[in-house]
Design a protein around this ligand. Structure first.
Ligand SMILES: Nc1ncnc2c1ncn2[C@@H]1O[C@H](COP(=O)(O)OP(=O)(O)O)[C@@H](O)[C@H]1O
Ligand SMILES: [Mg+2]
Length: 303
């Protein structure tokens, strides 16, 4: 059997941020859950090898198994396939103190050797910053694009800018910016309070030509549901729609590009086959002529 015949992933989206603790894992979990609710086949690759949090937020703790084809990912309640280093350790509080090359090796294995089966979307929850892992994912995964996450107090254009510029340098599209903890909605007066000041993400998105922008509130329900392993139960109430539309658009464009490339290579093959056929015909004609010449040449001379 060829290497991992059970991996057929259509689209990959990375979720990144300049800093830790801004809600990357939360946004990854919400995007994946929302796509699942919309009927897509979804997976999450937890690329935060030294700080994995996806299994906990989904309440998945059973260790993954492997078979002859590769590693079988864990399944969340709603059917999201999850692969994380924490599902391979004997205990989830064992620290992972590996150096960069080992970590990037593990990551490639997670991508290549996991039996993802058919997936419409694989979300990659990245570690903070523009480290080794970021580069490995950008370079080795056939990624459609990235979603950046920031929180208002760290929303210095520079931090978002670093990830965006690196993605551009690596020819990866930036699909959207989620500004997390942008406001707090008071349950008594229903007013939205901008605790950290007016969100600035819209301007930053514009400045870096990021096509979609969304905000998420500071909501104690997030922390509670994440702690309980029930992040899938959160009703995101259209707050991430702009980002999801952009992800779907990028997927459609990638599909069209693939189809065009396939058609072009089929045409090239057909043209190649036609050329070959023409060459064969020409050769056949030439050899018939040669045969005829030879026959003529060898014809007994008439006396
Ligand atoms: N909008 C929010 N409201 C309340 N708590 C949040 C929010 N976003 C994140 N959190 C909490 O903050 C912590 C860090 O979030 P996380 O998604 O793990 O960040 P990152 O992956 O960027 O390090 C988690 O405990 C999470 O539940
Ligand atoms: Mg995280």
């Amino acid at each position: 059997m060829p290497k991992n015949a059970r991996k057929n992933v259509s689209h990959i989206v990375g979720v990144v941020s300049g800093k830790g603790g801004v809600g990357k894992s939360l946004v990854t979990s919400l995007l994946a859950s929302e796509m699942r609710k919309r009927g897509f086949k979804v997976g999450i690759l937890d690329a935060d090898i030294t700080g994995p949090s996806i299994p906990k937020t989904f309440g998945v703790s059973n260790r993954v198994s492997a078979d002859a084809d590769g590693i079988n990912p864990a399944l969340s309640n709603s059917g999201i396939k999850i692969m994380s280093i924490n599902l391979m350790l004997p205990q989830d509080d064992i620290p992972v103190a590996w150096r960069g090359p080992v970590i990037t090796g593990i990551l490639k294995q997670f991508w290549e050797e996991t039996n993802w089966e058919d997936l419409d979307y694989l979300f990659v929850d990245m570690p903070p910053g523009t480290s080794d892992v970021f580069l490995t994912v950008m370079q080795t995964f056939p990624i459609d694009g990235i979603v950046t996450v920031s929180a208002p107090q760290e929303l210095v254009a520079m931090i978002v800018g670093k990830a965006v510029n690196l993605a551009h340098d690596m020819d990866v599209s930036v699909l959207g910016l989620v500004e997390n903890m942008a406001y707090f909605k008071c349950d008594e007066c229903s007013k939205e309070h901008y605790i950290f000041g007016e969100p600035q993400g819209r301007f930053v998105a514009k400045r870096y030509q990021i096509p979609a922008y969304a905000t998420l509130p500071l909501d104690p329900a997030f922390a509670h549901l994440c702690d309980m392993g029930k992040v899938e139960e959160y009703d995101v109430d259209h707050k991430l729609d702009t980002i999801i539309e952009q992800i779907e658009l990028a997927a459609k464009q990638a599909d069209e590009k693939k189809a065009a490339e396939k058609a072009a290579s089929a045409n090239a093959d057909a043209a190649g086959a036609a050329d070959e056929k023409a060459a064969d015909t020409a050769n056949a004609a030439a050899s018939t002529n040669a045969g005829a010449d030879a026959a003529q040449g060898s014809a007994p001379e008439q006396h």
